[in-house]
Design a protein around this ligand. Structure first.
Ligand SMILES: [Mg+2]
Length: 205
């Protein structure tokens, strides 16, 4: 009886996390597009919206799986639907989280799984922290989790901190110094995801 209740709660949480992240990204598509118009090709909002609309269209399938499997299937949907550079990078992030998280993760599990996912994103994007990318949010979030600090606050602060940075990877790097003064769109979408996940878990606790 208790096991059934727990399972139902975990599935409700998995569903709330996927739905929350998808809706937050879709709601901010115009903002992500505007950021990408400033330093990229202006497709980040549209691409991410298309990917997360596809995720919502298959919500019952994704959310009916245990959390690690759900993360893998969301990651695969993002690879197939987002396109551009963001699809493979977010796909790698979600799929690696799915491969490394236990079914009922604690904070330490999330910190170590995110560290593995960051390494996978670095390898996939041939990129590193300090190049004005999503990694400049994910790495500080991982550090915050490992240190017991608020990951959402770290994410928002870290996205802001990409504004004065010069882009060294991706299309924005073609702009050189002109990439300075704009928030990185991938840093912003990553921060939105982290803030949403923190909200959803906080509401449940
Ligand atoms: Mg773009």
């Amino acid at each position: 009886m208790q096991a059934e209740t727990l399972t139902a709660m975990d599935q409700a949480l998995t569903r709330a996390l996927i739905e929350g992240v998808a809706h937050r990204i879709i709601d901010h598509a115009a903002e992500l597009t505007a950021l990408d118009q400033a330093i990229g090709d202006g497709d980040h909002g549209v691409n991410m919206k298309r990917g997360f609309e596809a995720v919502l269209a298959d919500l019952d399938t994704h959310a009916g799986k245990p959390l690690p499997e759900a993360l893998k299937s969301v990651g695969m949907a993002l690879v197939m639907k987002v396109g551009g550079a963001s699809g493979p990078l977010y796909g790698t992030l979600f799929m690696t989280l799915g491969k490394t998280l236990p079914a009922e993760p604690g904070r330490d599990d999330v910190a170590s799984s995110l560290a593995a996912a960051i390494d996978a994103v670095k390898a996939r994007g041939k990129s590193d922290v300090g190049q004005k990318t999503m990694l400049d949010v994910l790495a500080p979030v991982q550090a915050a989790l490992a240190a017991g600090r608020d990951p959402a606050a770290a994410a928002i602060e870290a996205a802001e901190a990409t504004v004065p940075m010069k882009a060294l990877r991706g299309r924005a790097s073609f702009l050189g110094d002109r990439s300075i003064g704009h928030m990185d769109p991938g840093a912003r979408s990553s921060a939105l995801m982290v803030a949403t996940i923190t909200d959803v878990i906080g509401r449940r606790a």
